[in-house]
Design a protein around this ligand. Structure first.
Ligand SMILES: *Cc1c(COP(=O)(O)O)cnc(C)c1O
Length: 436
């Protein structure tokens, strides 16, 4: 085994990490193992130290690490076959998973396109929407209508609908499709439909939809909770309005549930809070229980049949690793494991633990807001987080977090115990109390 020094030295010299520089490498921790909700981090002295993964590896690891049911599903599929091309060939894991997804997705979602990652599923969703409008003879409808504050991934089409200020637009001016941006929905899950801020937002969205009617193919948003754009919940009323506008103007509604899907906000899909169904649905992240990279773009029969009978005659996408059997097998096991338990009650208990555990943070100096939705807890500071100081201060208390911008937040695995949740919230609160 390589020493920690050796691994970290070679890592810094060779490897890109997410949003990283190779001339100013960020501090790095070495994982030697993981099980349940805990990571085993190399302590630099020949041993390991445990930390609760309060990030669930960026929303994915809902059942924890090395879950016996998921491990077994993956091993069984390895012993059968690990991959085949999906052009002209099919297999039971893909068909079973597609069936299960259609069963649990909001009506009237009926069809499934498997792809490699969340960003690609958004690419495919946008492609579907564009092909749909061409098939309907609406050739000028090539833009997306969205709201500020969103995050939809890092490839070019998703980047174009990410928040234009906090996203990466300024770096790629001229290379990104110019989309239509409405204001960010007013903050807060509980905002009523007669609230003045809601009414003002709704009026702006109505006006934009009418103004750009002939240019817009689809509305795309993250329902109810904007994730990596700011960990920002908004009210179901806003989502209902977007559905209405889509119907009124002939836009499709694309809901990006890559972060919110599979129970994270307290309902299986966040759109259920608003009783709104999309025309196109993107899922990823927790789909495989965090084991492998896979995502999917789902759509209604209306969309599927219109695109299939359009000028292309087909949906023009086909990744090499489409419907990878290992990923399908572990996804099916993960969904069945989730549905076999009272996951909604567990998410509710985690939510209650995060709410009471993070409440004291609201009174701390330098804290702007504390908010919880489902199994997501967020502390927003008054200014940017000192990433290294905060990460280390929380880690000293046995918890792994990855703050960004002004946010220290957690979306723990659903298998976290009440005690784990209390450890997470007190580690975050104490680290913030030490100052930023
Ligand atoms: C993470 C995320 C994506 C991108 O998924 P990748 O698998 O990282 O490409 C897209 N949309 C949302 C809402 C996400 O949270």
């Amino acid at each position: 085994m390589w020493s920690a020094e050796e691994v970290l030295g070679r890592d810094a010299a060779t490897l890109w990490h997410p949003y990283s520089s190779l001339t100013e490498p960020a501090p790095m921790h070495l994982v030697r193992g993981a099980s349940g909700v805990r990571l085993q981090l190399d302590d630099g002295a020949g041993g390991t130290v445990e930390a609760i993964d309060a990030m669930a590896s960026w929303w994915c690891m809902i059942h924890g690490y090395r879950h016996p049911v998921l491990d077994a599903a993956l091993k069984a599929q390895v012993d059968s076959f690990s991959h085949v091309m999906f052009g002209g060939l099919t297999h039971e894991p893909a068909v079973r998973l597609a069936d299960r997804l259609v069963e649990i997705a909001p009506e009237p979602i009926r069809h499934v396109f498997f792809c490699d990652s969340g960003s690609v599923s958004v690419e495919v969703a946008i492609k579907l929407a564009l092909q749909y409008q061409v098939a309907r003879g609406n050739n000028g409808r090539t833009r997306m209508l969205t709201v500020r504050g969103g995050y939809h991934g890092d490839t070019f089409a998703p980047m174009s609908v990410c928040d234009p200020v906090n996203g990466m637009h300024s770096l790629f001016t001229g290379a990104l499709k110019e989309q239509v941006f409405g204001p960010q929905p007013p903050a807060g899950f509980l905002r009523a439909e007669d609230d003045p801020e809601y009414l003002a937002w709704a009026a702006s969205m109505r006006a934009l939809a009418a103004e750009y009617r002939d240019q817009v193919a689809a509305i795309i948003v993250e329902p109810i909770l904007q994730g990596a754009g700011g960990m920002y919940p908004y009210s179901p009323a806003c989502l209902k309005l977007l559905r209405e506008l889509a119907d009124e103007h002939g836009f499709l509604l694309i809901l990006d549930e890559i972060a919110t899907g599979f129970g994270r906000t307290g309902t299986l899909f966040a759109s259920e809070h608003a009783d709104v169904a999309p025309d196109i649905l993107c899922i990823g992240k927790a789909l495989t229980g965090g084991y492998l990279s896979m995502a999917a773009t789902l759509c209604t029969t209306e969309v599927a049949h219109t695109v299939s009978s359009g000028p292309g005659g087909a949906l023009m996408h086909g990744p090499t690793f489409m419907a990878n059997p290992l990923a399908c097998a572990v996804s099916l096991a993960s969904i069945d494991l989730l549905l076999s338990q009272d996951w909604a009650e567990r998410v509710g208990e985690i939510s209650a633990g995060l709410t009471s555990g993070l409440a004291p943070a609201a009174a701390l100096p330098g804290v702007k807001d504390v908010r919880v939705l489902g199994a997501v807890g967020v502390v927003q500071l008054a200014g940017p987080v000192d990433l290294k100081r905060m990460t280390d201060a929380v880690l000293r208390r046995g918890v792994w977090v990855r703050p960004f911008r002004d946010l220290v937040y957690t979306m723990p695995p659903y298998v976290s115990t009440d005690e784990d949740i209390a450890t997470i919230t007190s580690a975050i609160t104490e680290a913030i109390a030490e100052g930023n």
